[in-house]
Structure formats: C-alpha cells, structure tokens
Design a binder for this molecule. Structure first.
Ligand code: ADP
Ligand code: MG
Length: 388
C-alpha cells in the first residue's frame, strides 16, 4: 500500500512524499445501538487502514489523488465552503470526506495549509468497517503534521464527526472516528457516549477478530432507524412517570425496567429492553476482559445477537444464518451482527490458531445455506491514527 501510494505520488508530483499518515477502520464488539441512548460502546481499531502519502504544497491549492478510484480533486480554502473544486466543478463524493475534514479543522481555527496527497485504503468501503472515518482521521493527522498544531485523538475524532455530520451530510455518532483515532494494539476501547470518557481493556493476543460480510447492503432502512430512535425516546418519556431522574435509557437498570415496563406498549417495551440489557452487558464485560475470560465475553456477544434479533429486530435471515453457523464452529467464543443491522457484517471472536480454518468453514457453510460467497476478514486490534 505504502509503496503504491509513494510511486503514484512520485509520478504525479515529481518528488518523494515528505510524510505518510495512516488511520484504521473499526469494528464494534459490544454495545450496539446504545450510542444514541447515552450508553457504552466497545469498538476496536482494526489492522486495515487508509494511508496517505503527502507533502506541503507550494500554492493555496490542495490536490488530492484517490488512488482506489484513480481520480483527483483540487480545492482551496475559498472553494471548500461551496463544496466545489478550484475549477468550479462539483466535488466528487469521495472528496467530501477529506474536504470536510479540512473545513471542520479550519472552522475550529486550526491552520490547514495546502497539501499534495495520494491516498488508498484496504478498509472495504460501505461494509460497516468505517472506511469513511478512516479517511477523515488520516487526513486530520496529515493536516496536523503540516499545520503546526496538535489536538488530542478525541478532539480530532469530534471534528471528524462534525465533518461527516455537517459537511458530508451523514448523521453518524462519534464511535467510528473515536475508534479510528484512539485505537490501541491488542486492546479494546470502552467509550461512555454521554461523557465521552474512555479507557482501554486488554484483548488477549491469541484472539482473532473475524469479520464476515453477508454481502447484503442495507436498503430502505432510514425509516426503520428513525422508528427505533423514536421508540427509545418514547420509552424514556413513559418511564419518567416512575423514574423522574432518568435522561436516557442508559439510566434505567434492568431491575427498574422489570418493575415499571408493564405500562409500555409492546414494541416500545421490546426496543427499550434491548438497550437496557445491552448497557448491562457492556458493564458486565469489563471484569471479564480484565481477567481474559473470552468465553464469558463471547457469551455476552451471543446474547447481544439474540437481543438485536428478537427485541430490537434489526437482524435479517442472512445475519442470523452467518451467526448460527459461526457459533457452531471450533474456536469460536462468540458471534453477533455488528453495526446498525439489516445487512452488513457479523463479528466473531475466534481463537487465533483456528481463525483460518474458522473462516474457511464459515465461508463454506454460508455458501451452502445461501448460495453467496462471503468476504471474510481476519483482523487484529490495532493502533489508532498516526504518522508512520
Ligand atoms: P463505511 O461503512 O465504509 O464508512 P460509508 O458509506 O460511511 O461506509 O463511507 C464510504 C465512503 O467513504 C465512500 O463512498 C467514499 O466516498 C469514502 N471512502 C472510503 N474509502 C475510500 C477510499 N479508499 N478512497 C476514497 N474514498 C473513500
Ligand atoms: Mg462510514
């Protein structure tokens, strides 16, 4: 990857790039759909990343080459506000992510000098491994390098989220940028989505994170997500009759929920039950990870899948099939759908020595059941965004 972008840089700009930055994709192990309920998420940065070869540019114009698309875009601080290039043409869709990062940094008062850059990524796009956040976080590092300022990883993550929300126009939470910015080798991150405080927990080196893509791309789901969101809001409103101090479902214990849930409409009750049980699972997971109890942690992942399937109802047949095959294979501690649902990937916690065999058997099993051959990625928890 680095050789490739260096060679393209040389060819395009006639010199060697001064710097290389990288930022990883991520996968969430536990804490699904809880970010907008002030809960806890447990993502890891993975060993797939966006790499940028870059140098400060002479003039005021930034020139970017997206090697994976064989396209380029040029913008300046003047053209950026209108999402156009310096020649007046529209910014290509991929250009919105780096340009948005540049916009958010400048808007925060940070210098974003013009750069020449070539970038490429081995994070699969649109599979739920956050290729977009990895592009944003890699460019945040690049501008930090040439801008002469320094932000904490969480500050870069928040500006990346702002870029994606307000410039690209995708309403994502903070988790993706956070994991890409703050990842640690062989460790899992624990983020409190209310306070944004976080810490890391050990993930034993003998554990492989196996991501299996069903190949199903979510469709027509915005309405479904909004309904989940509304159900959570409604549950808080109704539960406040008994528990006036609660602000979000994160504040409701499973015990209180059992006492007071009788009043809730059936659908609202199920949605809330997922969130409340999931928050409890993430808290239960901490001591298990501290003592490297992977069987215990895997069991929580399996329970999470059942809860997403039956209570939150965001699974589909393909995800259930992938998960149930995985759970029966040797070396698998736990498996569940990861991400928003209605398609995308499953995450599997697998004994490293058995990961190759696991991937092969999972592929065969899924192919037999569905006729589709899935992409499977064997990953490791990795360092967050930085310079090479
Ligand atoms: P994901 O779940 O992978 O983050 P998104 O839809 O949020 O999916 O982001 C995918 C978009 O991010 C792509 O359509 C593209 O615009 C941008 N992107 C991701 N990877 C690259 C890349 N290697 N080169 C250029 N743009 C990229
Ligand atoms: Mg994304």
């Amino acid at each position: 990857m680095i050789e490739k972008i260096t060679a393209i840089f040389q060819q395009k700009f006639g010199t060697q790039p001064a710097f290389i930055a990288q930022a990883p994709g991520r996968v969430n192990l536990l804490g699904e759909h809880v970010d907008y309920n002030d809960g806890f998420v447990m993502p890891v940065a993975i060993d797939r990343a966006t790499y940028i070869a870059f140098s400060p540019a002479a003039g005021l114009e930034t020139c970017l080459v997206a090697a994976d698309f064989d396209q380029q875009a040029r913008f300046s601080s003047d053209s950026i506000a209108t999402k156009t290039q310096t020649d007046g043409s529209q910014m290509p869709e991929w250009g919105l992510y780096p340009a948005g990062m540049c916009w958010a940094l400048s808007d925060a008062g940070l210098a974003t000098p013009a750069i020449n850059a070539v970038f490429s990524s081995n994070v699969p796009r649109g599979s739920g491994l956050s290729s977009s956040a990895s592009v944003e976080m890699a460019f945040a590092i690049a501008w930090q390098q040439v801008g002469g300022w320094s932000l904490t990883p969480m500050e870069r993550a928040r500006l990346g989220q702002r870029a994606e929300n307000q410039y690209v126009g995708v309403s994502c939470g903070i988790m993706d940028q956070f994991a890409s910015a703050c990842g640690e080798n062989n460790r899992l991150l624990f983020l409190d989505c209310r306070s944004l405080q976080y810490h890391s927990l050990p993930l034993p080196e003998n554990i492989a994170l196996v991501v299996a893509d069903t190949g199903v791309r979510r469709k027509l789901t915005t309405g479904e997500y909004n309904r989940r969101h509304d159900a959570c809001t409604e549950a808080v409103r109704l539960l406040q009759n008994h528990l006036p101090a609660i602000q979000a479902l994160r504040d409701v214990s499973p015990e209180d929920f059992n006492r007071f849930s009788a009043d809730l409409p059936e659908e609202v009750k199920k949605r809330a039950r997922h969130i409340i049980s999931e928050v409890r699972r993430t808290i239960t997971a901490i001591p298990l990870l501290e003592k490297s109890d992977m069987a215990g942690f895997g069991k929580l992942m399996n329970e999470c899948h059942i809860s997403l399937r039956d209570d939150y109802e965001v699974s589909i047949d393909e995800l259930d099939t992938m998960v149930s095959i995985a759970q029966g294979l040797p070396g698998c501690y736990g498996a569940r759908l990861t991400g928003a649902g209605f398609g995308g990937c499953t995450i599997n916690l697998v004994e490293r020595t058995q990961a190759e065999q696991f991937a092969q058997l999972l592929r065969q099993g899924y192919q037999q059941a569905t006729g589709q051959s899935p992409e499977i990625y064997i990953c490791q928890a990795s360092q967050g965004a930085g310079m090479l």
